[in-house]
Write a protein that binds this ligand. Structure first.
Ligand code: G1P
Length: 298
């Protein structure tokens, strides 16, 4: 069966980014000039996804507005002859994917957010994309997972080696031997283990290809770590009745879900953006010199 659908959970409260997330969704934080969620939607589109369900919550309405048309703005851009900006604005409404929205009424965990997509998914294999991770590689990571599915007809979860002291921030896999260059068999999936209990340094990184049987498990899933319904726990159960593989990602991952990662990503993208790259580069070189001098004085 063709993988055509994706779910983007975007209901989180964004507490790591307060105060900006008090009234603004963290998914709308810009990387230079584009909200992070647009990068995710574009990755889905570039991977052949046709339908996307965004699971939102309170004070998330600007996500819908962003992907909607803005006739007043468009008219103004047209009248003032700002053709390029008009094109840019209209492209967002014509990305070539269908966007659907539903709300999670209470933040009850990633597993609960995904469960809300059951009837949308309607028995097909599907993708889950978490908005905190921006991925870049020659082939989009979502497409890599779809390619896996087309060969193995099973679930595949993207993982990446992380520094050992960071494992407790992630879902972690207990690998059980490689089946190809990129794919591991998995013995167990553990949500945010204590560092000393972590079965490996291979962390789940925000792209999942799942078979629809996950919903039968989520339906009865008990709260796990943090008192929340954890997707990782449901995946661990699924792996007991059908194989769930881990796909090792070797491209670049930008974690925009914390302040430092967000700033680093903004700088890296700013150094590529045609309007900012030259001036920003000069500024960073000068700043580097200044900081070096300052640290020598200390
Ligand atoms: C979620 C998942 C976790 C995964 C992480 C990747 O955690 O529960 O298994 O490793 O995303 O970013 P969160 O970061 O939402 O707490």
């Amino acid at each position: 069966m063709k993988v055509r659908k994706a779910i983007i959970p975007a209901a989180g409260l964004g507490t790591r980014f307060l105060p900006i997330t008090k009234a603004m969704p963290k998914e709308m934080l810009p990387i230079v000039d584009k909200p992070t969620i647009q990068f995710i939607v574009e990755e889905a589109k570039n991977s052949g996804i046709e339908d996307i369900l965004i699971v939102t919550g309170k004070s998330k309405r600007s996500i819908e507005d962003h992907f909607d048309s803005n006739p007043e703005l468009e008219q103004d851009l047209e009248e003032t002859g700002k053709v390029e900006l008009l094109k840019l604005t209209q492209q967002i409404t014509n990305l070539g994917v269908n966007l659907y929205y539903t709300r999670q009424p209470h933040p009850a965990g990633l597993g609960d957010a995904i469960y809300r997509a059951r009837s949308f998914v309607a028995g097909e294999p599907f993708i889950v994309m978490l908005g905190d991770d921006l991925m870049s590689d020659k082939v989009p990571l979502t497409k890599q997972l779809i390619n896996d599915y087309n060969e193995i007809h099973a679930s595949a979860i993207a993982v990446m080696q992380v520094p050992h002291e960071e494992v407790s921030k992630y879902g972690v896999i207990e690998p059980e031997g490689k089946i190809t260059k990129d794919l591991y068999n998995v013995k167990s999936f553990v949500e945010k283990p204590a560092i000393e209990d972590a079965p490996s340094d291979l962390a789940i990184i925000g792209r999942y290809l799942l078979t629809p049987e996950i919903f039968d498990i989520l339906e009865h899933q008990k709260p796990g770590r943090g008192g929340e319904i954890q997707l990782t726990d449901a995946i661990d159960s699924l792996n007991k009745t059908q194989r769930v593989f881990a796909h090792v990602f070797t491209g670049q991952r930008h974690d925009v879900g914390n302040k430092e990662g967000y700033l680093e990503t903004s700088i890296q993208y700013g150094l590529k953006h045609p309007e900012t790259k030259d001036e920003l580069r000069k500024y960073i070189i000068e700043l580097g010199k200044k900081l070096e001098q300052e640290s020598k004085k200390k």
